[in-house]
Design a protein around this ligand. Structure first.
Ligand code: NDP
Length: 257
């Protein structure tokens, strides 16, 4: 039987990498979502034509301009989406957009730390706050008690490098200090959101997509973006209450905080 998809989805950072592949695979599902809101900071830029072409071909794909570090841009995006939803809610929000910089304990500086924190942690928090009324609306529209993507799900795309327990095994070959700290903060945010938003029926989970060949992951990464997203969608389909407030990888394995 074909997997049933959430009816309405918003994903940030969809012009390349994991975000773009999520959009592509969702569009190819036998019963695709009724509306996919794909955000990117500059939908008209020449390098973002692949996403633009997809939206011209698929009426259920709507491009939304959104800059993660600008609260006015996030607020406007939420208004645009609300208008397009015509009274319906948002079943799935994926905070995917993110950046990485090369930083170690020696090289890191204030500007780098703040920029990465702003994009990877403050941005997702503001995006979630702005779209929360729409997530709540979707959760309220479904009577069943069990939290899953038929009601409302919030996903924060994190990283295994955020895991404090795993630092001794990962730091030496992948320091990325500012990135790690930002994603560890994003995990804390996810955990707090999972406690508070549970009352509204919204499931909150952090997902590590694996080490993936994208601009961010680099060419030496073992996973293709196709494999990673295939896994992420499988995990998303299977999410239930027991995944609330935890970090899982693209194969569904729990990663310790
Ligand atoms: P990419 O570098 O390929 O894509 C990053 C996306 O984020 C782009 O769409 C980019 O848009 C967007 N973005 C960055 N900054 C902003 C901003 N300020 N406002 C709006 N959009 C922004 O990365 P991936 O696809 O690999 O990464 C996606 C997520 O997965 C990230 O959160 C990353 O941390 C996480 N991840 C990735 C891993 C990997 O191995 N690839 C491993 C673990 C986690 P633009 O083109 O405009 O810059």
């Amino acid at each position: 039987m074909a997997e049933s998809m959430p009816r309405t989805i918003l994903i940030t950072g969809c012009n390349r990498g994991i975000g773009l592949e999520l959009v592509k695979q969702l569009l190819l599902k036998p019963t695709p979502p009724e509306q996919i809101f794909a955000t990117c900071r500059n939908p008209d830029a020449p390098q973002n034509q692949e996403l633009k072409k997809l939206s011209a071909k698929h009426p259920n794909l709507v491009l939304i301009k959104l800059e993660m570090t600008d609260s006015a841009s996030i607020g406007k995006a939420a208004k645009d989406v609300e208008k397009q939803l015509k009274g319906r809610g948002l079943n799935l929000l994926i905070n995917n957009a993110g950046i990485i910089t090369d930083s170690t304990l020696e090289s890191v500086n204030e500007k780098d730390l703040l920029h990465v924190y702003m994009t990877n942690m403050v941005g997702p928090m503001l995006v979630t706050k702005a779209f929360l009324p729409l997530l709540k609306k979707a959760a309220q529209a479904v009577r069943e008690a069990e939290m899953n993507w038929h009601k409302a799900v919030l996903i924060n795309i994190s990283s295994i490098t955020s895991s404090i327990e795993k630092v001794p095994e990962t730091y030496s070959f992948f320091p990325a200090l500012s990135y790690r700290c930002s994603k560890a903060a994003l995990n804390m945010l996810t955990r707090c959101q999972s406690v508070v938003y549970k009352e509204d029926g919204i499931l909150c989970t952090a997902i590590h997509p694996g080490w993936v060949k994208t601009d961010l992951g680099g060419p030496q990464a073992p996973l293709t973006v196709d494999e990673s997203v295939h896994g992420i969608l499988k995990v998303l389909c299977a999410l239930s209450e027991k995944h609330n407030g935890i970090l899982v990888d693209w194969e569904g394995n729990t990663i310790p905080w």
